[in-house]
Each structure stands twice: as structure tokens, then as C-alpha cells.
Design a protein around this ligand. Structure first.
Ligand code: 6PG
Length: 236
């Protein structure tokens, strides 16, 4: 499948000498965004990234001073595995953060990926109808430029006619069956923060900066995206 014509994407690049300072600054940024949105509207709606990279951020968020009762948690993607499987993104987030803070469980919305990609995508899209714009979307970046579970050569769901959540089959990163929010739904956000660490991401970052149509390039919120990256992940 050819990459679709993409809306313009405004990028703000935030280099960091090393990962610990990146995660400390990212946690501080999330703390201030939460404070702003809770003061303004009494709620903070956040979409979580999966994979390994955000784990250090989640661990740091355990200790921030905030009104946890105002937080609402969603997921950008999930792997079609049983709920307690350690490879699930929701399992990682629970272990690193959510099991340690007082966010009311009814306000934590894992993707029901155990139902299979098609049913889970349908059901999660229905749940997202009650949410307008996310306050913050957290995303990672794969070595091939994928983000959430939007992979090169797959449908990214760029246009508003696309479903809010996509069933993903034959994903190149195991497990092959996944659910992902579509690019347009991830773009309905006030803030989007990409977290990128490790040398393995250098080529993907270089392709992105060169304007190549990688999946991460399809995330186009009105106010642009912030890419927090570790220098050693940066192109030379
Ligand atoms: C997943 C993720 C995926 C991840 C990237 C980066 O479920 O695998 O949502 O998009 O963010 O693959 O993964 P790492 O952070 O582990 O490098």
C-alpha cells in the first residue's frame, strides 16, 4: 500500500544528551500539562505509548504531585494477547505506573485486544466516541519509522473517514495481530510527544527529518508534534 498524501506536519525537535535527562524533562512536561488542563477543565485525557521506551517516563510519573482523580487513560495501540500477558502495553503501564497511583480504574481504558483485532478495534472506536480531543498523546518510534501500530505498507487511517481504531494483521513487529488508533484519531490532540532513545532509531529519525513518508509523519495535530530524542539516536 503506497503512503497516502499526508497533511503538513509541524515538528519541534528536542535533543537530549542522554535518556535520563530526557525522561526527567518529559515527566516535568507531563506534570505541567496535567496541571494546566485539570485547572482549566477538571480533566486530563492522555493516550499512552507502548513498547519499552516510555517505561522510564511512567516510572517517574508515579511520584508527581497531581489530582489523580482527574486523569483519564487511553492507549495508542495494543498487542492481541491475554490481559495479564507481560508483553501487553497495558501490563507494562500498570506495572510501571498505574498500579501505583490513585487513578480511578473506570477512567483507565485498556484496548480489549484479547477479543481479537477486529472486535477490539470496533469496540474501542465506540468507546472513543465519548472523547473529543485528547490533551496529550504519547508515542514511540520503531526502527522502520512505525508509531503506535501503524507500520510501513499498512493502512494508517489518515483521513477522518477512517475508523478511530484499526485492526492490524501481519504486523512486522511481534505479535502480528494488534489494534492501533488511526493516524487521524491520534492527531485529534492538543499535544503530541514522541519519545525516542537508542542508536537503533537513528535511521528512522534521519528519514523523518528528510521528509520521508514514514508512519510517524502521518501524525499531524493542529499545533504540531514534539519529538524528544536522545542525541545518540540522532542522525550524525
Ligand atoms: C508497540 C508500540 C510501538 C513502539 C515502538 C518502539 O506496541 O510495540 O506501541 O509502536 O512504540 O515499536 O518500541 P520500543 O520503545 O520498545 O523501542
Amino acid at each position: 500500500m503506497n503512503p497516502p498524501d499526508l497533511p503538513p506536519q509541524h515538528c519541534r525537535w528536542h535533543p537530549h544528551a542522554e535518556a535520563p535527562s530526557l525522561f526527567a524533562d518529559a515527566a516535568d512536561s507531563v506534570f505541567h500539562l496535567a496541571k494546566k488542563f485539570i485547572a482549566r477543565g477538571g480533566a486530563f485525557r492522555v493516550v499512552l505509548a507502548g513498547g519499552n521506551t516510555p517505561r522510564s517516563l511512567y516510572e517517574k510519573l508515579r511520584v508527581i504531585e497531581t489530582d489523580w482523580s482527574a486523569w483519564h487513560i487511553y492507549y495508542g495501540d495494543e498487542r492481541c494477547l491475554p490481559p495479564g500477558d507481560p508483553e501487553r502495553n497495558s501490563f507494562m503501564a500498570d506495572q510501571a505506573w498505574l498500579n501505583h497511583v490513585a487513578i480511578p480504574r473506570p477512567q483507565i481504558h485498556p484496548i480489549p485486544a484479547e477479543r481479537g483485532a477486529i472486535d477490539a478495534a470496533r469496540d474501542y472506536a465506540a468507546l472513543l466516541r465519548e472523547v473529543d480531543v485528547f490533551d496529550l498523546v504519547l508515542l514511540g518510534l520503531g526502527e522502520d519509522g512505525h508509531t503506535a501500530s501503524l507500520f510501513p505498507g499498512h493502512d494508517w487511517g489518515v483521513g477522518p473517514e477512517a475508523p478511530a481504531a484499526l485492526a492490524v494483521r501481519d504486523a512486522p513487529k511481534p505479535p502480528s495481530e494488534r489494534v492501533s488508533l488511526s493516524a487521524w484519531r491520534l492527531s485529534r490532540a492538543r499535544h503530541v510527544m514522541f519519545l525516542v532513545t537508542g542508536e537503533a532509531k537513528r535511521r528512522a529519525l534521519a528519514a523523518w527529518r528528510d521528509g520521508k513518508p514514514i508512519p510517524a509523519r502521518a501524525i499531524t495535530p493542529p499545533d504540531g508534534v514534539d519529538i524528544w530524542f536522545e542525541n545518540r539516536a540522532a542522525p550524525p
